[in-house]
Design a protein around this ligand. Structure first.
Ligand code: BGC
Length: 771
């Protein structure tokens, strides 16, 4: 509590302003806490307060702000408290006990010389206690509103513990399903990831970062991390600058435009320079071109790892490389703390650079309102897992499930037409596994599993029989398969709950074989032999190669790891309470050897077509070398995926017609509207995600064969037709050319509207050059 109030004259530029200063520590030895809080809104601007505060800081205190310490899962050791007291720590991560957080804030605010509050970071990736589908699943909803709301719910729950900063969204473009972190991504497409990543940022940060219940977001991992060679996490990435700018950086630019507070540098090596030491990324692109004024945090100890990469000889040089390249705060290491002061006294690092770095961090703290409200009062926030949180989790799960197959209208199941249904498999009743990767705080006790939800939904009408059959998804013990066959044979339909446990995806959990693990394919084959309708519900953290089971099942619902409310969502979809409406955010290969396979590829000089491909089984003996089509395909896999980007079936039927443009020609700087009529020709009301793709036929650099440029989720009643309009400005068609300048070129374009990237309904337009 302040003991004395007085006023002090702050000099800010040429003007001097009066602000109230609380001299709370006047009597406490030499500690003097000066309040930079601005509850009445009458203090100078944030920039002026940052400058004033900076002017009062010692070098050690400045370096302290650049230092983030781990608090080991909620435990705050004495060195941490002492570090805060002397102003040597600017942020902590992994403390989620509100009492400890408040205590740490109190030490920082009331016992340190300048009273600078703490950023408290945590990986709140897809929910806090209430868990939303994994981000890749959320991306399958193609619904920025639900993604934003999911992030808002997560922020409100996390904020009850004093966490004020999440390390999300992860917006690395992921085109390799072997990579375990594809689960955390928003998929393969820069446009979709940009739209949804920006929505997540807005959900976490709200309209005003200083509001109670908003937390700072962190766009990660800057940049190129998703391009790890062979999908092996942390592996080297080789991405050309053009590809980097046109693909990988786009979602980051969108996040910066959406006001993201922080970015995280990637672990990975990009073009010979690990991202954590990459001046091109952090200074040229992020600061000079994008004018980002938040701050960059390293990844976990990634500053010191620069030596392991072989870029530096040790911590001193690592600190030098990272700090000069633009990493403002070091996470979990101590290279900055141990070395920056000497690097400055040696004259290798300029204090002005440190000042700019610390200003970035202080600016974020001011924007978060931490100087005004450093403490957390959980009672001011909504209850954990409240009705709205659970409803949001259910809606997100419902919209994220993708129906990949539905032969002969096997789905939806009708409770009236069934006496019994068999639920079989390791993931039918696995409350923890359905939550997916990166759920530090997720509460498996809140999970409603498919087995329980199906019981509640139809248990009174239908005899629901359940057998786990396998201990887990990796199990190779088939001793319960005979029982599974018996139960299946005696039931009217079989729903198999297959996939991957959550530990098989996520950080450092990459797989080289992405088919169903363990003996699951064998279980499918055994169940198939019963002749009963077989539905596979697949819960997984990545696209899987389903080639070996797809012909043995009648229907497939791909549910990702659907989160807390995955069970009720799946039950509603199976029994037709709702229609599936998710669309794939990433291409499903037929086999691993096709990876990387993504829809927005380049045409090549020898594009394949159905007429130019030959299957390995059809090659004549001693066929001449040049007789096999001579185009870009695999002899054993062709060139098409098993399921395309944007694909997803519905219980409704969709007809797309009459694509048209508002003008056949336009000039640079103008817009046009591309429209089509969409009709629900089916018998049930359902949502459809209508997608717009464009191809720029000729470019200064070669352009993808199709690029997503717009999407809209609509709900149509049976028989209803709606005209869907997409407005397209010529800036929306811009790309980085040979000189790495963003430009839109005059020329011819094709545009498609449809329900997947295979859309065939096409129109054309032309951008004409100014005279
Ligand atoms: C991950 C980051 C994460 C950090 C903190 C790292 O290993 O790469 O994405 O935010 O740990 O938990």
């Amino acid at each position: 509590m302040p003991t004395t109030n007085t006023t002090r004259r702050l000099r800010t530029g040429s003007s001097s302003l009066l602000i109230t200063v609380a001299l709370c520590g006047l009597l406490l030895n030499t500690n003097m806490s000066i309040s930079f809080a601005n509850p009445a809104g009458d203090l100078p601007s944030i920039e002026q307060r940052v400058a004033e505060l900076l002017g009062q800081m010692t070098l050690a205190e400045k370096i302290g702000q650049m230092n983030q310490r781990n608090a080991s899962d909620g435990y705050a050791p004495d060195y941490l408290r002492e570090g805060l007291r002397v102003g040597r720590i600017g942020s902590v991560l992994n403390v989620v006990d509100v009492d400890i957080v408040n205590e740490l804030q109190r030490i920082a605010v009331e016992e340190s010389r300048l009273g600078i509050p703490l950023m408290v970071g945590r990986d709140v990736i897809h929910g806090f206690k209430t868990v939303m589908p994994i981000p890749l699943g959320q991306a399958a909803s193609w619904n920025p509103d639900i993604v934003r709301e999911g992030a808002r719910v997560a922020a409100l729950e996390a904020a009850t513990t004093g966490v004020n900063w999440t390390f999300a969204p992860m917006i690395d473009i992921a085109r390799d399903a072997r990579w375990g972190r594809i689960a955390e991504s928003l998929g393969e497409d820069p446009f979709l990831a940009s739209e949804l990543g920006a929505a997540m940022v807005r959900g976490f940060q709200g309209d005003n970062l200083a509001d109670t219940g908003t937390i700072a977001a962190c766009a990660k991992h800057f940049a190129g991390y998703g391009a790890a060679e062979s999908g092996r996490d942390y592996a080297t990435t080789n991405v050309s600058e053009n590809e980097l700018r046109n693909v990988h950086l786009r979602p980051f630019k969108a996040a910066v435009d959406a006001g993201v507070t922080t970015l995280m540098a990637s672990f990975s090596d990009i073009d010979g320079v690990p991202a954590t030491a990459n001046e091109f990324l952090m200074r040229r692109v992020l600061r000079d071109e994008w004018r980002f004024d938040g701050f960059v945090v390293s990844d976990w100890d990634s500053v010191r790892q620069l030596a392991i990469h072989g870029l530096t000889e040790g911590d001193r040089e690592s600190a030098y490389e990272a700090a000069t390249a633009g990493v403002d705060m070091e996470m979990a290491g101590h290279a900055y703390e141990d070395n920056l002061e000497e690097l400055i006294s040696e004259g290798r690092i300029d204090v002005a650079m440190i000042d700019a770095t610390v200003a970035n961090i202080l600016r974020a703290k001011f924007r978060l309102g931490l100087f005004e409200n450093p403490y957390t009062k959980p009672a001011e926030l909504p209850a954990i897992a409240n009705e709205h949180a659970l409803a949001t989790a259910k809606k997100a799960a419902l919209q994220s499930v993708v129906m990949l197959k539905n032969d002969h209208g096997t789905l939806p199941l009708s409770p009236e037409a069934l006496d019994s249904v068999a639920l079989i498999g390791p993931l039918a009743d696995a409350p923890y596994e359905q939550l997916g990767t990166w759920i530090f705080d997720g509460d498996a006790n809140l999970s409603i599993t498919p087995m329980h939800a199906i019981h509640s939904l139809v248990g009174k009408q239908v005899d629901v029989r359940y057998l786990r059959a396998m201990e887990n998804s990796r199990s190779k013990v088939s001793e319960h398969f005979d029982d599974a066959v018996d139960i299946a044979a005696g039931s009217d339909a079989v729903v198999l709950f297959l996939g991957e446990e959550s530990i098989l995806s996520g950080e450092a959990h990459s797989r080289a074989d992405i088919s169903l693990p363990g003996d699951q394919a064998e279980l499918v084959r055994r169940i198939r032999e019963t002749g009963k309708p077989v539905i596979a519900v697949i819960l997984a953290g990545r696209p899987l190669t389903l080639t070996n089971i797809v012909d043995h099942v009648d229907a497939i619902l791909f549910a990702w790891h659907p989160g807390t409310m995955g069970g009720p969502a799946i039950a509603d979809l199976l029994f037709g309470v709702e229609s599936p409406s998710g669309k794939l955010p990433a291409t499903f290969p037929r086999m691993v050897g096709q990876i990387p396979i993504y829809y927005n590829q380049k045409n090549t000089g020898k594009p394949p077509s159905p007429d130019t491909i030959v299957h390995i089984d059809d090659i004549d003996a001693r066929a001449p070398q040049l007789s096999l089509g001579m185009t870009a395909f695999h002899l054993d896999a062709g060139y098409t995926p098993l399921y395309s980007f944007g694909f997803g079936l519905s219980y409704a039927e969709w007809e797309y017609a009459d694509i048209r443009t508002s003008a056949s020609e336009l000039r640079l700087g103008q817009s046009l509207t591309i429209s089509a009529d969409v009709t629900n020709t089916g018998e049930v009301a359902a949502d459809e995600v209508v997608q717009l793709y464009v191809r720029d036929l000729v470019g200064n650099v070669t352009r993808p064969v199709k690029e997503l440029k717009g999407f809209k989720r609509l709900r149509l009643e049976p028989g209803q037709t709606m005209t869907v309009d997409f407005d397209l400005h010529t800036d929306d068609l811009s790309f980085y050319g040979r000189n790495m300048q963003l430009m839109t070129e005059p020329g011819d374009f094709h545009a498609w509207i449809g329900g997947s990237s295979d859309a065939e309904l096409r129109t054309e337009f032309r951008i004409v050059a100014d005279d």
